[in-house]
Every structure is written in C-alpha cells, then in structure tokens.
Design a protein around this ligand. Structure first.
Ligand code: ACM
Length: 263
C-alpha cells in the first residue's frame, strides 16, 4: 500500500479555502492513506476558547469531515486529519480517519500542549486502532509524541501504521521521537506537520514542517522540507510491522516487564 503525508500552510479561519487546498495538494500524488496536519482547516493559534468554539464542528455531519469523506471517495483513499470538534458543549483538538464509506475512527488529543490547555478539553476517548483492509491504523496527535505510552498503546492494540497529524513548533523533537517510536514499537509512523507562521497573539508561532514517514526499523522513508507545501507518498508493506522480533531471543512487545513499570 501507499501512505502519504500532506504538508500545508493553512490560513487562519479560512476553513473552506484550506480544505480546497488540502484536497488539491492530495490530488497531485497517489496514496491509499493520507495524513493531513492537526487543525488543518482552521489554523492553530486561537486567541480565546470562544474562538475555537466558533470554528469547531461536530465530527458527524460537519463541513470538514463531510468534505474529507467526499475527497476519500474521489481519490479512493483513506484520510486522517485534525479538526476542532464540538460535542455536548465541549471543544476537543480532534482527528478523524475517513474512507470512501465514511467515518472510520475518531480521536481527541489526550496530551494538550501549552496554551491548548486554555482552549480545549483534554481527550476522553481511547487511542484508536482500526483495520482499513490494507493495514491496521492508529491515531495520535502532535504532542502525544512526547509520551511513549501513546505510541506503545497503539502498538499493543495492533497498529501497523501510526497516523500523526501535527502542528509542531519545537524544531527537531518530533522528528527524533517519532523515529524512536517507530523503532521501539516496530511500526510505521506518518507525521504530517504544517508550515508557516501565526502571530495572532503577542507570541509568534513558527511551524517547522519536516513532515516524515518512518519504517519499523527507524529508517526515514519520506522527509519534507521545513517550508514547502507538498504531498509525498511511499509504498510500504504493513506486514513488516507485524513481526516485533529483534532477533531469535528478543521481541519488542513480548519482552516487556510491565510488573516493574510505574503507571
Ligand atoms: C502541538 O502539540 N501542537 C505541539
């Protein structure tokens, strides 16, 4: 199968324009599974919780997810993307996985980063893993990369590919941690980061790009530039993520000693 990342520069608040651009970038390259950035259609730097609330959408029936499902049908692909979700009065930093038949999985960011704690409710759903026929796909969002438990939980639940929408502002960290997450769990990871700047408050944010796809042996398969809007995909064999053995004696998951670990 092919897995791809979309690196783009959303314009804050221009939801329809950002969706159109994401779909047009996807249309330039073929892939079976696309990963788009966190909050790809709204932009990131909300001034107030009320602003995020005004741009948040329900996952079922909302504009963004409906447009993503249309695109999934058009390209006969699965698409993972981030959006602000409103549900029962709460606003979450969420991600969906959609396919030609509709919504396949949803997730709400569990580890909120920095001012996100003033904007969003923390995620309250389990880390999801779904079988899309071609591979078992797990989802986590951006700062979840700092917590090895997130990727480990997805791996234990059977993920072969971790889809990782991101809006990274700290250089290098996630490119490094996601190589380790891939290697230590024996999974493919696909981090779709955004590029550009937002300075809607007195703090300028610079988004670092360098979206990447990593193999279960920690090899970087795709690495995009720090600034360019671009989609790139690569052929992978998800079965490579099924064998967790390092040698005849050691197994990444089987050798764990949970009785000795703190939770
Ligand atoms: C982040 O979690 N957007 C850094």
């Amino acid at each position: 199968m092919k897995v791809g990342v979309v690196q783009m520069r959303p314009i804050f608040g221009a939801v329809e324009e950002n969706i159109d651009r994401a779909i047009s970038i996807i249309g330039q390259v073929s892939s079976d599974l696309w990963v788009l950035p966190e909050l790809f259609a709204t932009g990131y730097q909300f001034r107030l919780a009320a602003e995020a609330r005004s741009l948040a959408e329900p996952v079922l029936g909302g504009l963004t997810v409906s447009r993503l499902i249309e695109a999934a049908r058009k390209f006969d692909a699965f698409i993972c993307a981030g959006l602000p979700e409103i549900d029962r009065g709460r606003v979450y930093n969420a991600a969906v996985l959609v396919g030609p038949d509709g919504l396949v999985a949803r997730y709400r960011k569990i580890h909120l980063f920095y001012h996100e704690k003033e904007i969003f409710s923390p995620g309250d759903l389990p880390f999801p893993v779904v079988d899309i026929g071609l591979a078992k796909v797990g989802m986590m969002i951006c700062f979840d990369h700092f917590f090895p438990e997130a990727a480990r939980t997805l791996a234990i639940r059977g993920a072969q590919v971790i889809a990782h929408p991101a809006n990274l502002v700290m250089p290098i960290y996630a490119q490094l941690t996601m190589r380790v997450r891939a290697l230590e769990n024996g999974v493919f990871t696909a981090t779709a980061n955004r590029v550009g700047e937002e300075s809607r408050t007195d703090e300028a944010l610079h988004f670092t790009g360098e979206s990447q796809i990593v193999s279960p042996s920690g090899e970087i398969l795709v690495s995009l530039s720090p600034t360019e809007e671009r989609a790139e995909s690569v052929v992978i064999d998800p079965l490579e993520a099924s064998n967790k053995a390092l040698n005849a004696y050691n197994d990444r998951l089987g050798d764990r000693r949970p009785g000795f670990y703190e939770t």
